[in-house]
Ligand binder design. Structure first.
Ligand SMILES: *[C@@H]1O[C@H](CO)[C@@H](O)[C@H](O)[C@H]1NC(C)=O
Length: 373
């Protein structure tokens, strides 16, 4: 009894401090060994601007269109003549969803299999279908045909071709979100906090790709203005969208289009009626703000994610309607919405794309008073 007691006591003297410092030692060791280097993001602004009309519970009014037939419809391009939308899906397809515009029967047709992950989709002046595929680059697709137009610029390959729009002269403006991380690792780009994105222009007459801007923080969606005198691209990490002048005195220069967004912007689309629609993958939660503010938190998350799966921290996603001058007009969001990639307004409906759902969302805007009209 006495012996056991003695051992217990003696061991306790040594063990207690060891047990106490062990976690600290392990954490410090993991920290030192971890090569992933995160950077502060000086331009990140956690503030949220006022949105004139806030619809914060839209999920209950959402219909599911083409459910089970479109896996992760990331971007939507509207063909007004046919009343159809082209969608890009997670299983590598570009599909055409017919019957969306006139409330007719919905039919889904497979157009083309890219073999990658098509994201942005836009129609050319002769209704050619152009796609930014995260793994393949800028593509032109037609019935079961896929042509790679561009997969790099200035000697740097794209790692995550993302958003695009096509001018009436056929010039294609597009983004590469990151030259460093691919789609599977895109969160690492945000965790790292350095700008690896580029804004690009593809010239169909020469087949050349020009770099318009580099050093962008996850350059995502892109949309041309109705006059095509400027375009707007969204920088997801910074929760803002930036105007890039294509014509006029300010040609080639940039200015903030809208910042302090209530969430993380993804695609942006113009509706032909004076509004841009910006998909918000997640709302700007307190956790998101802390993560973006502190480089150490991001590094800690990278380390922790090697041992356990990080909890899902995306919520309060939705779509934001913005005027041509960058004024936030109406927000359609819900705590239940996440990984919303974009929205396009067709008639009275807002069609919503997602990274991971098996349907296109449809919201009847008439149910919301003064809805961005
Ligand atoms: C259409 O695409 C789906 C995958 O999304 C595939 O399962 C199906 O076989 C395709 N249909 C045709 C006719 O190719």
């Amino acid at each position: 009894m006495a012996v056991v007691e003695g051992v217990k006591k003696g061991g306790g003297k040594l063990l207690a401090p060891l047990i106490a410092v062990a976690p600290v030692v392990i954490v410090v060791a993991l920290w030192i060994v971890e090569p992933f280097d995160t950077s502060p993001i000086p331009d990140y602004d956690p503030e949220i601007r006022h949105v004139r009309e806030q619809n914060l519970r839209v999920a209950r009014d959402l219909e599911r269109v083409a459910e089970g037939l479109v896996m992760g419809p990331e971007d939507l391009a509207y063909d007004a003549q046919e009343g159809a939308v082209y969608v890009t899906t997670a299983d590598g397809w570009v599909k055409k969803v017919e019957g969306v515009a006139y409330g007719g029967e919905i039919a889904v047709r497979n157009l083309s299999f890219t073999g990658g992950r098509p994201l942005g989709v836009a129609l050319g002046p002769s209704k050619e279908v152009f796609v930014c595929d995260a793994y393949k680059g800028l593509l032109k697709v037609a019935d079961n045909k896929v042509e790679v137009l561009s997969d790099g610029a200035e000697g740097v390959k794209f790692k995550l071709a993302d958003g695009l729009d096509v001018a009436s002269d056929g010039t294609i403006y597009f983004t590469d979100a990151s030259y460093k991380y691919d789609l599977d690792h895109h969160m690492l780009d945000i965790f790292e906090g350095r700008p690896h994105g580029r804004l690009l222009r593809f010239e169909p007459s020469t087949g050349e790709t020009h770099v318009l801007l580099k050093g962008l923080y996850f350059a995502n969606g892109l949309a041309l203005s109705p006059n095509q005198d400027f375009l707007v691209y969204c920088e997801s990490t910074l929760a803002r969208c930036v105007k890039y002048w294509i014509e006029g005195d300010k040609k080639g220069s940039t200015e903030i289009f809208i910042d302090k967004l209530p969430g993380v912007p993804d695609n942006i689309r113009y509706d032909g009626e004076g509004r841009f629609w910006i998909g918000l993958a997640t709302g700007k939660t307190a956790f998101f703000n802390i993560m973006l503010k502190y480089a150490v938190v991001r590094k800690a998350m990278v380390i922790v994610s090697k041992f356990i799966m990080l909890p899902e921290f995306q919520m309060n996603g939705g779509v934001l309607a913005v005027s041509l001058t960058g004024e936030a007009i109406a927000l359609y969001s819900d705590p239940e919405l996440s990984k919303v990639t974009g929205g396009i307004k067709i008639g009275k409906y807002l069609y919503i794309g997602y990274l991971d759902k098996s349907y296109i969302g449809r919201l009847d805007l008439k149910k919301y008073a003064a809805s961005a009209h």
